[in-house]
Design a protein around this ligand. Structure first.
Ligand SMILES: *[C@@H]1O[C@H](CO)[C@@H](O)[C@H](O)[C@H]1NC(C)=O
Ligand SMILES: *[C@@H]1O[C@H](CO)[C@@H](O)[C@H](O)[C@H]1NC(C)=O
Ligand SMILES: *[C@@H]1O[C@H](CO)[C@@H](O)[C@H](O)[C@H]1NC(C)=O
Length: 431
């Protein structure tokens, strides 16, 4: 569930907003919609690029859209005549748009709404991407040699002595797992803060701050804009006439266009069907996603314990494996979570935090600052935290070294256990 959220939902949202917009234009004037489809497509492509981090000017992309729309509206609604206006005339109408202002305050309003909601929309997208990167990176994390050895000893060595039913002692398991996952536990505090900050951002995304609402409202704004142009038709006609002269038209082309269109009239009727309010379900998806994140808020801090609990679920509770013998209880000190706590770990030697994890933590710290509004995103700064994910390829192969004191040729069992560890983290996150 988690990894699918950002791109899919975002693309769906864009397609919907574009469809609504086309449907409205279709409803206003059937043949106009076909000609406006190109500019509408370009508008939504530009908005996507802007939201995904390109440095387009929102004002400029919105103005360009209305420039391109004006000749179409002029041709069909303001000064309809027999046939299309010539390309040269259309170009003149286009370039007159910023002076003639046929759409009233609509262009400024749309640019303002997109810019305003875009700030939080962009941030939400980037944050969700980072969230997935964190999960993905920790899921593919390479275990240290010391950890692999400790896991091997814990899981495999009882078998060497024919003690196939024995389970490790809880304290022993905790020491091993907390040692192995010490770096991951360092993510805990930052991950909790990340989830909290995301919720804060999401709560602020209301009304004009809500990108979804703004995008799904483009069609209504456009209806008003075109309505405004229609109402001031005579004035616009006169002004365009003054600037561009008498419209030159090409009647022959019209016939062929109309003929070719009549064949696809059923499609057009389908397009006119009322716009379904899918916007709600997208907002619901965002809330669902965040609540599943909230559910895994404490994931990194509790992972070692969780793994040991499930490890020991079938143990008899009477006796356990302490690493050398079957005993009643484990007598050594049980260490806490995190890198610092590992200095006293009797089972796994842990030196420093994994550099890949440190990188992830730096990215979380940065995005948390942005999410909390403590620093203003500089141009390109969000892109930087997106790159250099530092994914480590390859997993532990499960070989059993002789020096690990395990003997035998197996290693398959540990391999299974280790892959269960990483599978478990996947299951837990995607359940
Ligand atoms: C948008 O409209 C096209 C054609 O009318 C349709 O194929 C597509 O599924 C629609 N997309 C959405 C997201 O509704
Ligand atoms: C395990 O138990 C044996 C026998 O009681 C003991 O000698 C050994 O020190 C114990 N090892 C650990 C790590 O507790
Ligand atoms: C997760 O990481 C793997 C390898 O590191 C990569 O191939 C995959 O595309 C990543 N998945 C996501 C959703 O980022």
């Amino acid at each position: 569930v988690l990894p699918l959220f950002p791109t899919e939902t975002f693309e769906l949202l864009m397609r919907h907003a574009e469809n609504h917009t086309n449907a409205v234009l279709q409803g206003l004037h059937h043949s106009m919609a076909d000609q406006a489809a190109g500019p509408v497509r370009e508008l939504f492509t530009d908005i996507s690029l802007f939201l995904l981090g390109s440095e387009l000017s929102v004002d400029e992309l919105v103005q360009r859209f209305f420039d391109a729309l004006f000749p179409v509206v002029y041709n069909h609604l303001i000064n309809p005549g027999p046939g299309e206006i010539s390309p040269g005339y259309a170009e003149c109408v286009r370039s007159s748009r910023r002076d003639v202002r046929p759409f009233g305050g609509a262009p400024g309003l749309l640019a303002d709404q997109i810019a305003r909601s875009g700030v939080s929309g962009k941030l939400l997208l980037q944050a969700l991407h980072l969230g997935i990167e964190v999960i993905n990176t920790t899921d593919h994390l390479q275990l240290s040699r010391e950890c692999r050895r400790a896991l091997l000893k814990m899981h495999y060595c009882p078998h060497c002595q024919g003690l196939t039913q024995s389970k490790p002692c809880m304290g022993y398991c905790l020491n091993v797992m907390r040692g192995c996952l010490a770096s991951m536990a360092e993510i805990d505090a930052h991950w909790r803060e990340f989830v909290r900050s995301l919720e804060g951002l999401s709560a602020r995304m209301q009304g004009p701050q809500d990108l979804e609402q703004v995008l799904l409202g483009v069609h209504a704004l456009l209806r008003d804009a075109v309505g405004h142009a229609q109402k001031s038709g005579p004035r616009l006609s006169a002004q365009v006439h003054k600037l561009c002269g008498t419209p030159s038209r090409k009647p022959t082309q019209l016939v062929s266009i109309q003929l070719s269109r009549s064949s696809s009239s059923t499609d057009s009727i389908a397009l006119k069907a009322p716009v379904r309010p899918l916007g709600d379900s997208l907002a619901v998806r965002r809330r669902d996603f965040l609540s599943s994140m909230r559910h895994y808020r404490t994931y990194y801090g509790g992972l070692a314990d969780q793994l040991c609990v499930s490890e020991l679920v079938f143990g008899d509770g009477q006796s356990c494996w302490n690493g050398t013998d079957i005993v009643k209880s484990y007598t050594l000190r049980v260490v806490g979570n995190g890198i610092k706590a590992q200095s006293g770990n009797p089972e796994v030697k842990v030196k420093d935090a994994d550099p890949v994890i440190n990188q992830i933590i730096d990215k979380l710290k940065h995005i948390n600052q942005l999410l909390q509004g403590k620093s203003i995103p500089k141009l390109g700064s969000l892109d930087q935290i997106e790159t250099g994910s530092g994914d480590v390829e390859g997993r532990y192969s499960g070989d059993c070294d002789d020096e690990d004191g395990c003997g035998g040729s197996g290693g398959g069992d540990v391999k299974r256990k280790v892959s269960r560890v990483s599978k478990m983290s996947t299951d837990t996150l995607t359940r």
